[in-house]
Design a protein around this ligand. Structure first.
Ligand code: TRP
Ligand code: ZN
Length: 879
């Protein structure tokens, strides 16, 4: 078979959605589990939906050996059904029936990381499943779409010694021994759910557990499972999970309703984690954490992802999506809930700054390139390629805007109604907006435009002051993104706003004009006037980044300095300082150096923050972090990566030199932070300390000794890695020896070695290209492990512009080879790597041509998968 042709998937359109003519009320599954060959017996209790025009029963199924089909006990002959590569059609089934299918699948040979597969070795690894989005059809036959909801009964049988632990979603419903050293376990899920939430796990796993008593009075066993090497690092995750259960009750009134909640850790996972009902599966990267083997960032990521998957229980599982176009209905809303969870439990300001940074770098970047799509796409060919920053992060920003608009209570009322109305249903974005609107007596239909328009809108804010009238007028205008074609209906944009005087004192705003400090711009243009002002005020627009728009840089640097010095909220102060730094960057790029006055203002604001003993250390660390090259390049019409790198370095160097004394003192003052434990406050101080160290090492080589001392004395991985990175990226002559020492100390520790790969892959030095190539053959590197691939190759391609965009084209060739190699095993991972070519059209002509040639070479591969093919063709603009 010609795979490329085979792999062309049809385009699916939202407008073509039709409900299924068949319902599957109940699914019975029986597995005889074995690494090589697993037998699956499936009984589907099907019935026609009388309200829908009759259609033959068609089941999805791929890469499954079908052995036998029975309908209501009667064995079908081959002539009674038709089968192709992806489906089975049973014209003989007409009314309510039990369709029984006996089949066989091959877990060990399955390298896709979806369906039933093996994590680890044949002898000691374990079996697990990944179904979202369309993996269930690789396990068994089903109408594999999210609006077909069924209850499940799952019976697992396996060898007792090889597979002592047998888990599936739902409530345990018996277990026992069988002849021949085998045993069984049964699970029942009484809540109707789509097939993408099915999961099973079988193998040698250890566990830790706790009990949570819900507000509704249910005692829930919370259990985390991992292999022997990892179980001792799951305590933090268990605590986070207990907090997540409690938080969703307190903040959103949502309780869990099954007897047990299981979480399983695997090293071999394509994404972060998966929210299967009652049986979450996690990439170890987002579950394991202890001081020696995890950084402070890892600790917060575990908190966030554990929360995220748990919160899906209500936003995604109990209320699910009608079709995959509605993906953001669960993902955008759940990311928002995850953000709020981390904000309440760790640092709100830090989380918001990080989210806004990623939004700019990744989502705005996506919106500005050939892969741009609406938060609710109108068509797709490979759904796996729509788990994007737009669907997740811009989707979360829309939910955040709605929460801002409705206020905390109003938003809660809206969500309560959404859960009340739709528990047990598969619904749409329209249903979500209707519930929020109905609960608040508002019509939110224009908000649908946020889900429908691709691209980042521009917001222009212009202020004029009339001294005689003592009146300040602020005019807000929204513009369609430059690439937008067709009609652009104005979006509802909440613009959070404050005014300050030149000394930095906040001015009181008229509550009628700006209720709760938020102006809702729901037309193309609007103006507000503020009277009784003795001088032109300093406007602080889009506080908290209240909408995912590009704010036109109309603020003067003088105004930004006032805000960077006096804004009352940490995020807004960072936002002003960052806006100022971007202006300085643009000037440096254009004229070789920034405006002296603006530079002095920026440095002055940072110096003042450093001198303020009460200033939040984590926020201060972010104030001292110049936006990364990707973010800075993102606003340019044509990117010259070398020039961007030089200009950013220059800016960072000026900062480091000007504040050397203060940074030095701060690093010294915070020396106790090194041993202060893993609480958020200690993590914030460590973040600041390590930011100072990085800047000091940039400022002058004499500070490298300080990094050496820190590397030798470090008791946390954060401190150790910060010092190692500073030294390696400074190009010290013994860098290799330091790296070897680190690798030796952490030999065999997969997750820590991932960081070791990433430190080297992000070194901007010229030699990095050859080093990454060599590291891809290192014995600790594994092509079949997505974490390794992302640590080495994704870090290289997306966080090391100078090396990846090597003028000889070697970086592109390296990535292209990696994509083709991976594509034969795990197409989903290959497709993700291929997105690194997304901005090719915006680079200067030479690199543009090189990237174009590389994309064409990949596209020409005769065996390219549907996943990678879809990304590459859309990136080239040739669907
Ligand atoms: N639903 C998962 C989440 O919480 C995403 C996910 C996990 C996924 N594994 C996947 C999506 C595999 C596609 C394919 O965000
Ligand atoms: Zn999710």
């Amino acid at each position: 078979m010609n795979r490329a042709e085979d792999n062309l998937k049809p385009t699916i359109h939202l407008a073509d959605y039709r409900p299924s003519a068949w319902r599957v009320d109940h699914v019975e599954l029986e597995f005889d589990l074995d690494v090589e060959s697993t037998a699956v017996l499936t009984r589907l209790h099907v019935r026609r939906d009388a309200t829908i025009a009759a259609q033959p029963l068609r089941l999805d199924g791929e890469s499954i050996d079908l052995l036998e089909v029975r309908v209501d006990g009667q064995r079908l002959r081959h002539a009674d059904y038709t089968r192709d590569r992806t489906s089975l059609t049973l014209p003989a089934v007409e009314g309510p029936s039990i369709v029984e299918l006996r089949s066989r699948i091959r877990p060990r040979a399955n390298t896709l990381l979806q369906g039933l597969y093996l994590s680890g070795s044949s002898e000691n690894g374990f079996l697990l499943t990944q179904c979202e989005a369309e993996g269930f059809r690789r396990i068994s036959w089903h109408i594999d779409r999210p609006d077909v909801l069924s209850t499940y009964r799952v019976l697992l049988r396996a060898d007792r010694e090889r597979f002592p632990v047998l888990l599936a979603g739902g409530n345990a419903d018996g277990a026992g021994f069988l002849d021949g050293g085998r045993h069984w376990a049964c699970y029942l899920d009484p809540q109707p759910r789509p097939s993408y939430l099915f999961a099973l796990v079988a193998g040698r796993l250890q566990s830790i557990e706790d009990v949570f008593v819900t507000a509704e009075g249910l005692r829930v066993r919370i259990v985390i499972w991992a292999q022997a090497d990892a179980i001792s690092r799951c305590e933090h995750a268990l605590k986070c999970l207990m907090s997540a259960f409690a938080w969703d009750e307190q903040r959103f009134g949502r309780s869990y309703r099954l007897d047990a909640f299981h979480v399983v850790a695997t090293h071999d996972f394509a994404m972060g984690a998966m929210e299967n009902t009652g049986l979450n599966i996690f990439n170890t990267k987002y579950l394991l954490a202890d001081p020696e083997h995890a950084t402070d960032d890892d600790y917060r990521h575990v908190l966030a992802v554990v929360g995220h998957e748990y919160f899906h229980n209500w936003t995604g599982n109990r209320v699910t999506c009608r079709d995959w176009f509605q993906l953001s209905l669960k993902e955008g809303l759940t990311v928002y809930r995850e953000q709020e969870f981390e904000s309440d439990l760790a640092s709100r300001t830090l989380r918001r700054i990080e989210d806004v940074r990623t939004l700019w770098r990744v989502q705005f970047g996506e919106d500005a390139g050939p892969l741009a799509h609406p938060v609710r796409p109108s068509e797709y060919s490979e759904i796996n390629n729509f788990y994007t920053a737009t669907v997740y992060d811009k989707g979360a920003e829309i939910v955040r805007m709605l929460a801002t608009l409705l206020g905390r209570e109003g938003f809660r009322r809206g969500l309560d109604l959404y859960f009340d109305r739709h528990d047990g249903q598969a619904v749409t974005v329209e249903d979500f907006l209707a519930a929020l609107g109905d609960a608040n007596g508002r019509d939110l239909t224009t908000w649908l435009r946020w889900y429908q328009h691709a691209g980042t809108p521009r917001l222009e804010a212009r202020g004029t002051y009339d001294a005689t009238a003592r009146r300040y007028t602020l005019t807000l205008v929204q513009h369609a993104p430059s690439a937008h074609q067709g009609v652009w209906e104005p979006l509802p944009i909440p613009v959070s706003l404050a005014l300050f005087d030149r000394e930095g004192n906040a001015l009181a705003l008229d509550a009628d004009q700006v209720p709760d400090g938020v102006l809702l711009l729901d037309a193309r243009e609007a103006s507000v006037c503020f009277d009784g002002l003795d001088a032109a005020p300093v406007p602080s627009v889009l506080r908290g980044f209240s909408a995912p728009v590009r704010l036109d840089g109309s603020s003067s640097s003088r105004d930004l300095v006032v805000l960077a010095t006096h804004e009352t909220d940490g995020f807004n102060r960072w936002f002003a300082a960052d806006s100022l730094a971007r202006q300085l960057f643009v000037e440096t790029l254009a004229r070789g150096r920034p405006d002296a006055g603006a530079l002095a203002g920026w440095i002055g604001a940072l110096r003042r923050a450093l001198a303020d003993a009460d200033f939040d250390p984590a926020t201060l660390a972010e104030l001292l972090t110049v936006a990364d090259e990707g973010t800075l390049a993102e606003t340019l019409t044509e990117i010259d990566v070398d020039a961007v790198h030089r200009a950013r370095n220059q800016l960072q160097l000026m900062l480091a030199h000007a504040l050397e004394t203060e940074l030095d003192a701060c690093h010294h003052r915070l020396r106790d932070a090194a041993t202060a434990g893993m609480q958020p406050a200690a993590q914030g101080r460590r973040r600041l300390r390590n930011r100072c160290l990085q800047l000091l090492c940039v400022a002058h080589a004499r500070h490298l000794d300080r990094a050496r001392a820190q590397l030798a004395a470090a008791t946390t991985l954060s401190d150790q890695l910060a010092a190692l990175t500073a030294l390696v990226h400074a190009g010290v002559t013994d860098a290799q020896a330091l790296l070897d020492g680190f690798a030796q100390q952490h030999a065999g520790d997969e997750l820590v070695l991932d960081k070791w790969f990433a430190v080297q892959a992000t070194d901007p030095a010229v030699a990095t290209l050859a080093r990454v190539d060599a590291l891809s053959r290192h014995r600790a590197f594994r092509w079949d492990n997505p974490n390794k691939v992302y640590a080495l190759l994704m870090s290289f391609a997306s966080r090391n512009a100078t090396a990846f965009h090597d003028i000889g084209g070697g970086g592109y060739r390296l990535l292209g080879d990696a994509i083709l190699k991976l594509d034969a095993q795990t197409p989903q991972v290959a497709a993700r790597l291929a997105t690194a070519f997304g901005a090719w059209q915006r680079h200067e002509p030479l690199r543009r041509a090189l990237m174009h040639a590389e994309l064409l070479r990949i596209a020409a591969s005769p065996s390219l998968s549907a996943d990678a093919g879809d990304i590459v063709r859309r990136t080239l603009g040739t669907p």
